[in-house]
Design a binder for this molecule. Structure first.
Ligand code: TMP
Length: 668
């Protein structure tokens, strides 16, 4: 969250020195990784034939299940920059050593080690990204990062071919290197090892804040606690869990496409291996286009909606692709599959970056990696079996015969699996920020309504009129305010608004508001909600976000975290924001301003802009009211909105629509 609305471009990102270093480290070591994958396969084949290749591939997949979750704990516990550099240097040394020990056993151990280190590197990098770029640039940054991971893939086979040529040449031309003859893959392995050293060097120059890292020795008890904490978070979080499900289903489908694709293109579309390469090429182009455009689309569409919709469309696209009979029409469909896949991948990353707090991020990413691996494996293994089991069939209809090869039916199934994953991930949308709403937290049937606004916007007046209206209709209402909704809160309020306390540090101010809120929630709001009452509060968490987060410049995320901790995650069900130009409001507020009111017009302009920004971001809870209109007009709109939004908490619809006789004169 940020109030910074500068235009985000890829160029702007690459001018960020820290990001550029991370990007180069990622691009070059990915190139190395891909070269390494080919070189290790060739090397394994040389020392043990096809069986050795299969064993090495298995050795690369296995650590995902064991080392994966622990890697997440490491990424959350240790200094992430040092973790990545150490992983790079060890990977470099291991790859470098491979040609010197041409034994299958060594290769298997080395492969497992390499994969485990990659599993540590990835989550550490992903979790660091929000420290390197500001939040509003995250989507663009994720797109570039994913291009850095997959972009070098096509280049890798070319570089590998060049390396083996060069090794062949060197083995003849340079006497000291004659050992390369017959071992041409060694040179490619050494180049791969150098890419890790390059990556470590890039990371050395990055500055990442170390403050939040829990440095220290590795204590097994704590590792276990972190592991359990991470797994429980992933299992219980109402947003993260559906996202991971969406990711798992998508990769299951992707595994199916990889295992069945060649056969389908060959048998059904009639394209042969070249046709398959062609389709994959277009898929890749579509994916890059998807990655490049998510940033722009995400300005218009909420990311979680985009994420789920992309997965559903991906599934639908796959069903369409599997229904084709020739290569021509399949090509644009493949490109669109890539487009949606790229979009889903990048938004998925950004969602985790934005919604998961720093201390859990490494573990969440490593869970995502594990889920991706399991999904892909299931897809790779299960779908071909399924296709084999159903075999090729023909359906004879009165007007035509339909070929139903096993690969087509299975790809349809894969498409449905992906679409199902997309639908499941939509559950997260309902819990976007409503996950912590009073009504869904088992805190009884209450309803929390908050009035927000700058100084002199008429907030207290409107609130009083609204409460009166509610009570006149028999609602059980608790009226309260911040700061000062409790005995202790009154004392905190005095300190906060005391003009004599002009030297108060902004952080102290933020913590005092949070302290007042903690007491307020525990003593007044929660018990009332538990009894099913309607709680109407003059100000709540959004005041802190606007005044301290933006007005004082302490940062929305930081203030949100403090406040969320103070309230144990309680969020309002509905917020009425009375919007009024601050200069008018300050005039209305009178001539004995308190400490906050005297903070200057600039400050209040920022606060006002921050409220509008929050309202934009969280339309689920916010309603913006133009407070420059007459009191009666504003009051009527409040009643109308309340009738529409509050569901069963609102009086019967007839009351809400027909606003009743003009009430008693409103207090001022
Ligand atoms: P009031 O005048 O509406 O009673 O609010 C007291 C002042 O406290 C007002 O200027 C807004 C400010 N405030 C914050 O800065 N942060 C907060 O979290 C809250 C609740 C109020």
């Amino acid at each position: 969250m940020t109030s910074n609305h500068e235009e985000v471009t890829f160029l702007l990102l690459l001018k960020n020195r820290n990001f550029l270093r991370l990007f180069l480290a990622q691009t070059v070591s990915s190139l190395g990784d891909w070269i390494g994958v080919i070189a290790i396969a060739v090397f394994a084949n040389r020392i043990g034939g096809n069986t050795a290749v299969g064993m090495v591939m298995t050795a690369r997949v296995l650590p995902g299940f064991i080392a994966g979750p622990i890697a997440g704990v490491i990424a959350d516990r240790w200094d992430r920059r040092k973790t990545m550099m150490t992983a790079d240097l060890i990977r470099g040394a291991v790859v470098f050593s491979l040609p010197f020990f041409p034994s299958l056993a060594y290769l298997l151990v080395a492969s497992m080690l390499l994969e485990s280190l990659t599993l540590v590197w990835g989550p550490a990098k992903d979790a660091s990204l929000p420290h390197v770029v500001p939040q509003h640039q995250l989507t663009h940054a994720n797109s570039l990062n994913l291009i850095a991971v997959y972009g070098p893939w096509p280049l890798a086979s070319l570089v590998f071919a060049l390396m083996t040529q060069l090794a062949g040449f060197l083995s003849h031309a340079v006497p000291a290197l004659e050992g390369l003859a017959g071992n041409e893959d060694s040179l490619a392995l050494w180049v791969n090892s150098l890419t890790f050293v390059f990556s470590a060097a890039m990371l050395y120059g990055i500055s990442l804040p170390a403050s939040r890292r829990r440095a220290g020795k590795l204590d097994l008890g704590e590792v276990k606690r972190d592991l359990v904490e991470g797994l429980q978070f992933i299992k219980n979080d109402r947003q993260v869990r559906p996202w991971l499900l969406g990711i798992a289903f998508t990769f299951t489908a992707a595994g199916g496409v990889f295992s069945l694709g060649i056969g389908f293109v060959d048998d059904v579309l009639g394209g042969g291996p070249q046709g398959f390469a062609f389709l994959i090429g277009f898929l890749g182009v579509g994916m890059i286009a998807g990655l490049l455009s998510v940033g722009v689309i995400s300005r218009k569409v909420q990311k979680d909606v985009m994420f789920s919709a992309s997965i559903v469309l991906l599934g639908a696209g796959l069903v369409a692709l599997a229904s084709m009979n020739s290569l021509g029409p399949a090509i644009p469909i493949a490109a669109s599959l890539g487009f949606f896949g790229g979009g889903a991948y990048s938004t998925g990353y950004s969602l985790i970056h934005e919604k998961v707090t720093d201390d859990l991020r490494g573990r969440t990413f490593s869970a995502a990696y594990t889920v991706i691996r399991i999904g892909t494996l299931v897809g790779l293994g299960l779908f071909p079996l399924f296709a084999g089991a159903i075999g090729d069939n023909t359906l004879t209809l009165p007007f035509a015969t339909l070929d139903l090869p096993g690969s087509r039916v299975t790809l349809w199934l894969a498409g449905l699996v992906a679409a199902g994953g997309g639908l499941l991930s939509m559950r997260a949308i309902n819990h976007r920020d409503g996950k912590k709403r009073s009504s869904e937290r088992g805190e009884g049937d209450g309803y929390l309504i908050v009035f927000e606004g700058g100084e002199g916007a008429g907030k207290s007046t409107q609130m009083a009129a609204f409460v009166e209206w509610l009570e006149a209709r028999g609602a059980d209402v608790v009226t309260t305010r911040e700061p000062g909704g409790t005995e202790i809160g009154m004392r905190i309020r005095d300190v906060l608004l005391d003009k004599g306390a002009s030297e108060m540090d902004p952080r102290a101010e933020a913590l005092l508001y949070a302290a007042d809120r903690a007491q307020h929630v525990a003593e007044v709001i929660k018990p009332a909600l538990a009894k099913g009452k309607v709680v109407v509060s003059d100000r709540f968490i959004d005041s802190s976000l606007a005044y301290q987060g933006v007005g004082r410049g302490l940062g929305l995320d930081e203030i949100y975290e403090i406040s969320e901790w103070a309230t144990e995650g309680l969020m309002p069900d509905l917020v009425f924001f009375l919007n009024l130009d601050p200069s008018t409001g300050l005039e209305r507020a009178g001539n004995d301003p308190d400490r906050l009111e005297s903070a200057g017009e600039d400050f209040h302009q920022r606060v006002s802009a921050a409220y509008l920004d929050l309202a934009n971001r969280f339309p689920e809870r916010f309603v913006v009211l133009d407070a420059s209109r007459s009191k009666e007009d504003v009051h009527k709109e409040i009643l109308r909105v309340y009738g529409d939004r509050a569901g069963k908490h609102a009086p019967p619809a007839t009351f809400a629509r027909d606003l009743g006789p003009p009430g008693p004169p409103m207090p001022r």
